[in-house]
Design a protein around this ligand. Structure first.
Ligand SMILES: *[C@@H]1O[C@H](CO)[C@@H](O)[C@H](O)[C@H]1NC(C)=O
Ligand SMILES: *[C@@H]1O[C@H](CO)[C@@H](O)[C@H](O)[C@H]1NC(C)=O
Ligand SMILES: *[C@@H]1O[C@H](CO)[C@@H](O)[C@H](O)[C@H]1NC(C)=O
Ligand SMILES: *[C@@H]1O[C@H](CO)[C@@H](O)[C@H](O)[C@H]1NC(C)=O
Ligand SMILES: *[C@@H]1O[C@H](CO)[C@@H](O)[C@H](O)[C@H]1NC(C)=O
Ligand SMILES: *[C@@H]1O[C@H](CO)[C@@H](O)[C@H](O)[C@H]1NC(C)=O
Ligand SMILES: *[C@@H]1O[C@H](CO)[C@@H](O)[C@H](O)[C@H]1NC(C)=O
Ligand SMILES: *[C@@H]1O[C@H](CO)[C@@H](O)[C@H](O)[C@H]1NC(C)=O
Length: 486
């Protein structure tokens, strides 16, 4: 049973009758933890919203055929003033199939998809406006001129929640995958959810299907929680990365199940000379309790676009099945910046090509304007407590000639090999570090010592932000008492 509403409640002239009880997540701050947090933390005590409305009140039709792009945009526009000035607003999408193109969100706002609600991404390109390239990328990734706005988009917002009782967002991506494969894209494909330059973002308890490209892309954001997402795309679909935190600070990604055609999580921060100039790192990132299936890509990738820097990433309790690699660092001359202070522990991996992979010659540049002398610094990479089975090769670790990857520490790793495993299990060039208690034994460049490759003891500020269930609130759109009460 849906937690808040009898999803079979009839729509009467577009209005849902009866008494609807729902829960919406909110952010709250544990007391006594605020000393090192940005000052904005204090202002948002709760995002249980004072106002609520149904998409049907704005002309929405959940028949899978009618376009709801205008309904969504006018709902958000209409609610935005109340949201900003009077206690926030939630837009509720009830059971149904709601076809829509791209629309924008607003601040102090929750988009709530009920259990049987499906947002269906339109395949009519006139429903998708264009945006300029991201400043830290200089061009779109699929095409130089720009990009198609994401299905759910927002920029310069604060306090945004996208959630639901495991409602679904279906990107119907095959249309875009085909255009990509045929080289017919004029603009970069849209993502399912993108928030830019936003603070206090929460995305949780949803299922995302068949994204045209990346699924969830917070970029230039801070204080982000992404939790309880089921993300599914065919394992041969192009660039359907699961979650891509990009030039973001203080981010928590947890309890997600991801099947995809590209990296399950890809940590990024801009591309070559554009990323170097923009200079905004991804930092203070916690990733935990993730399950990944991605036969041709990584469970967690750092890069390849990392030109604003990536630092202080902590990943733990990671499971992958039939995935190409565990953690992969991808970079190249021209990227500049750094990947440093990376900590990963407790990975459990089944059927994998490389458990550990570092690639110093990833290539793929935005244009010819990159500086080949801009060498990335890769330093302070600590991995521990890893078990893996059916592995082709333990580690393929290639730094850059003249730019060694340093401070690599790998401990307590037990890797069982596949029948057709490689003869050389640790292939190491241009790297420096140590190992301890690792089987099969590591290469000469990672000599055995007694290092335990510690994981940090301190907490990131985002660990102390809780998602809570709001006190149930009752919304009655007519005076018929208790007609559909559960
Ligand atoms: C998200 O879903 C989980 C599992 O159904 C549920 O336990 C949790 O309360 C939900 N979270 C919120 C904040 O509603
Ligand atoms: C839009 O908002 C105004 C004022 O908040 C309200 O009076 C009006 O009914 C709303 N329009 C719709 C279509 O809901
Ligand atoms: C959505 O936001 C983008 C970027 O600010 C803007 O270009 C576009 O016009 C907005 N769309 C609507 C319908 O307001
Ligand atoms: C959400 O829905 C997906 C797809 O149906 C399902 O695999 C997943 O288990 C559901 N999650 C929860 C918490 O019910
Ligand atoms: C080594 O890692 C395994 C899990 O892979 C864990 O159970 C065990 O406690 C670890 N040993 C030490 C000494 O930390
Ligand atoms: C082991 O990995 C191979 C691919 O390398 C795969 O075909 C096979 O099914 C896997 N075996 C098990 C038991 O998972
Ligand atoms: C080992 O690494 C070198 C240098 O990166 C590469 O050329 C070679 O193909 C690798 N060997 C294997 C078996 O992966
Ligand atoms: C990684 O482990 C080594 C060896 O224990 C330690 O010296 C180093 O400080 C750790 N790296 C970081 C970034 O903490």
């Amino acid at each position: 049973m849906a937690p808040f509403l009898n999803s079979k409640a009839p729509h009467v002239n577009g209005i849902i009758s009866g008494i609807l009880i729902m829960t919406i997540g909110l952010m709250s701050i544990k007391s006594g933890e605020s000393s090192e947090m940005p000052s904005t933390f204090g202002r948002i005590q709760s995002n249980c919203r004072k106002h609520s409305a149904f998409i049907t009140e704005y002309g929405g039709v959940g028949d899978g055929v009618t376009s709801n792009t205008e309904a969504f945009q006018s709902a958000v526009d209409n609610l935005s003033q109340l949201a900003a000035e009077d206690g926030g607003a939630v837009l509720i999408v009830p059971a149904g199939r709601w076809l829509t193109g791209s629309f924008n969100l607003t601040s102090h706002f929750t988009l709530y998809l009920d259990e049987d609600a499906v947002l269906l991404a339109s395949q009519d390109e006139s429903e998708w406006p264009a945006l300029p390239p991201l400043p830290s990328y200089g061009r779109g990734r699929d095409a130089p001129s720009g990009r198609v706005a994401s299905l759910i988009f927002g920029t310069d917002l604060t306090d945004v929640v996208i959630t639901g009782a495991n409602g679904t967002i279906d990107g119907q991506g095959d249309y875009w995958w085909n255009k990509f494969k045929k080289g017919e894209l004029q603009l970069t494909r849209p993502y399912l959810i993108e928030l830019m330059f936003s603070d206090h973002v929460q995305i949780f308890n949803l299922t995302l299907l068949n994204s045209p490209s990346w699924n969830v892309h917070p970029v230039y954001c801070s204080n982000v929680i992404i939790k309880g997402l089921t993300i599914l795309a065919p394992t041969n679909s192009p660039n359907t990365d699961g979650i891509n935190p990009d030039s973001c600070t203080n981010v928590r990604i947890e309890d997600c199940f991801i099947v995809s055609g590209d990296d399950c999580i890809a940590v990024k921060s801009g591309w070559d000379e554009y990323g170097i100039q923009f200079g905004m790192p991804t930092q203070q990132l916690l990733i935990r309790r993730i399950t990944c299936i991605s036969p041709d890509s990584a469970t967690i990738a750092l890069g390849s676009e990392m030109s604003g820097g990536i630092r202080d990433v902590r990943a733990e309790d990671i499971t992958a099945i039939h995935t190409e690699s565990g953690v992969r660092i991808k970079t190249a001359p021209g990227r500049g910046a750094y990947v440093r202070d990376i900590f990963v522990r407790r990975m459990n991996l089944q059927t994998m090509k490389y458990v550990f992979w570092m690639t110093g010659n990833y290539g793929s540049h935005p244009d010819d304007g990159y500086d080949p002398r801009a060498l990335p610094i890769i330093d302070g990479i600590n991995y521990s407590d890893v078990t893996a089975e059916n592995v082709t090769m333990a580690a393929n670790l290639a730094g850059i000639d003249g730019d060694k990857f340093t401070g690599i520490c790998i401990s307590n790793v037990s890797i069982a090999l596949a029948e057709k495993a490689k003869k050389v299990q640790w292939n190491c060039t241009d790297i420096q570090g140590v190992t301890s208690n690792v089987t099969p034994p590591a290469c000469n460049l990672l000599p055995e010592g007694d290092a335990d490759c510690p994981f940090p003891d301190d907490r990131l500020p985002i660990e102390d932000v809780q998602l809570k269930t709001c006190p149930s609130f009752i919304r009655s759109t007519d005076s018929t008492p208790n007609k559909f009460q559960m």
